[in-house]
Design a protein around this ligand. Structure first.
Ligand code: 13P
Length: 251
């Protein structure tokens, strides 16, 4: 019922040339893949060129962040409509690295998500607890705060333009994936929270991705969980072969 999403967050990697060569390696490896939305998220500088390479491939393009204003004196920022113009259909918002290093808060996530949706983009809104929070049994409380803050005031119609990515901070880039049971438990919690706050229908149709050390050898088990609808992949999305193996999880 929910189309799976496999998205690659390239973070601060790849020049334009490297990005182009990666997607050209990727295209034939996923040309026969059906029933999966495949998304790549290069750095801003490579978006427009990668969009040209992706034309006709079915692979979708995401940016890794955006600003909430449409234009103005905001040096260094990029507006959602500029991302649309560059060929993006999606934008990642509130990644834990932005929260940790760049002062992103639930309030800025909320403004960015609203602006992105208004511009016609799908917002991939990231949430996740730190190890300290998990060990203090605060996981659900942290996620509830992040989600209610980040999605505050969104009208129900906007929810078709939201994807949630649950990325436990302790699993990002550490090789420590959440177990299938741990991830499923959180995804089920997120879906029930969405149902409570935004209606059963929105919750049932919303895609909730897992992120944090997803690799070709653990994706299948994660994807078998009833509330895991896809993956947001960091390290393993940088090479065409490993990313394609993840996108082809269904075999
Ligand atoms: P890794 O897959 O490298 O752990 O990164 C996950 C991530 O942060 C994706 O956004």
């Amino acid at each position: 019922m929910r189309t799976p999403v496999i998205a690659g967050n390239w973070k601060l990697f790849k020049t334009i040339g490297e990005a182009v060569s990666m997607v050209n390696d990727l295209k034939p490896l996923v040309a026969a893949t059906q029933g999966v939305e495949i998304i790549v998220a290069p750095a801003f500088t490579a978006l427009s060129r990668v969009a040209d390479e992706l034309a006709g491939s079915g692979i979708l393009l995401a940016a890794q962040d955006c600003y909430w204003e449409e234009e103005g004196a905001f040096t260094g920022e990029v507006a959602p409509k500029m991302l649309k113009d560059a060929g993006c259909s999606h934008v990642i918002i509130g990644h834990s690295e932005r929260r940790q290093y760049f002062g992103e808060t639930d309030a800025t996530v909320n403004k960015k998500a609203k602006a992105a949706i208004k511009a016609g983009l799908t917002a991939i809104v990231c949430v996740g607890e730190t190890l300290t929070e998990r060990e203090a049994d605060e996981t659900f409380a942290v996620l509830e705060t992040q989600l209610l803050g980040g999605l505050e005031g969104l009208v129900p119609e906007a929810f078709s333009k939201v994807i949630i990515a649950y990325e436990p901070v302790w699993a990002i880039g550490t090789g420590k994936t959440a177990s299938e049971t741990q991830a499923q438990e959180v995804h089920a919690f997120i879906r029930s929270l969405m149902a409570r706050c935004f209606g059963q229908g929105n919750a049932e149709s919303m895609r909730i991705l897992y992120g944090g050390s997803v690799k070709p050898d653990n994706v299948k088990g994660l994807m078998a969980q009833p509330d895991i609808d896809g993956a947001l992949v960091g390290g393993a999305s940088l090479q065409a072969a490993s990313f394609a193996a993840i996108a082809n999880f269904a075999g």
